[in-house]
Design a protein around this ligand. Structure first.
Ligand code: 13P
Length: 257
């Protein structure tokens, strides 16, 4: 049985005040909630504050981040290394988000290299994949997801997916309110797991596959009721303590059945 993972991707949102309030609220809302791993990925600049806030509230919330560089130190202006992320207690690192692929021209191979570098440094990649609206309309969803996953498998082997997280995020569903149906998402998740199972059944069975794209308290239960949807990567709704906690609780409930 896979333990669900619900992660909040705060994207470029935050202030000292907001981080303080949101983490206090989340710690309160999630008290006593079991059967789900809950993670947050604040902007890098707020990791220090987030780490201290989580420590003070003795919360089980896992700290994450939204990106990594491919080096641990050196002349790489503006970047943040896995060692630095670890230094601030971050363990679950989002890579390959469609916003980075699009706005920073990150290629499949570049993202695969980040995946490998995180693993080498003992961190958990939260590896985002997903198709555009046009690719979806052309029936290319499975092909696009397979290409993105195979970039990792071809360079680093299927073992890279051991203890890793995949987030299937159809680009057209991100921040649009136009979420994929639970049935469609399940079909894609099953195809992703089957692709990994072609190389290793055991790794396919343990890999967490989250759905992301307009997940809200109202639709969360439907996703988590699907056998191959093991959690969610949540954007907008993760900025509200009550909404995010409700999504996490829905995962715990659905997967406990
Ligand atoms: P929304 O939940 O705002 O659609 O964002 C999803 C996302 O991109 C999470 O990484």
């Amino acid at each position: 049985m896979r333990r669900p993972v619900v992660m909040g991707n705060w994207k470029l949102n935050g202030s000292k005040n907001m981080v303080t309030e949101l983490i206090s609220g989340l710690s309160r809302e999630l008290q006593g909630v079991e059967g789900v791993d809950v993670a947050i990925a604040p902007p890098t600049l707020y990791l220090d504050l987030a780490e201290r806030m989580l420590g003070e509230s003795s919360s089980n919330i896992i700290l994450g981040a939204q990106n990594t560089d491919l080096n641990n130190s050196g002349a790489f202006t503006g970047d943040t290394s896995p060692e630095m992320l670890k230094d601030f207690g971050a363990s679950h690192i989002i890579i390959g988000h469609s916003e980075r692929r699009e706005y920073h021209n990150e290629s499949d191979q570049f993202v695969a290299n980040k995946f490998n570098f995180l693993k080498q440094n003992g961190l958990t990649p939260v590896f985002c994949i997903g198709e555009s609206e046009a690719q979806n309309a052309a029936g290319e969803t499975e092909t696009v997801c397979a290409r993105q996953i195979n970039a990792v498998i071809d360079s680093f082997g299927v073992e890279a997916f051991e203890n890793a997280i995949i987030a299937y995020e159809p680009i057209w569903a991100i921040g649009t309110g136009k979420a994929a149906t639970a049935e469609d998402a399940q079909r894609i998740h099953a195809s992703i797991r089957a692709l990994i199972a072609e190389q290793s059944q055991s790794i396919a069975e343990q890999v967490i596959i989250q759905y992301g794209g307009s997940v809200k308290p109202e639709n969360a239960q439907a996703y988590f009721s699907q056998p191959d949807i093991d959690g969610a990567l949540v954007g907008g709704a993760s900025l509200d303590a009550k909404s995010f906690a409700e999504i996490a609780k829905a995962a715990a409930k659905a997967k406990a059945l």
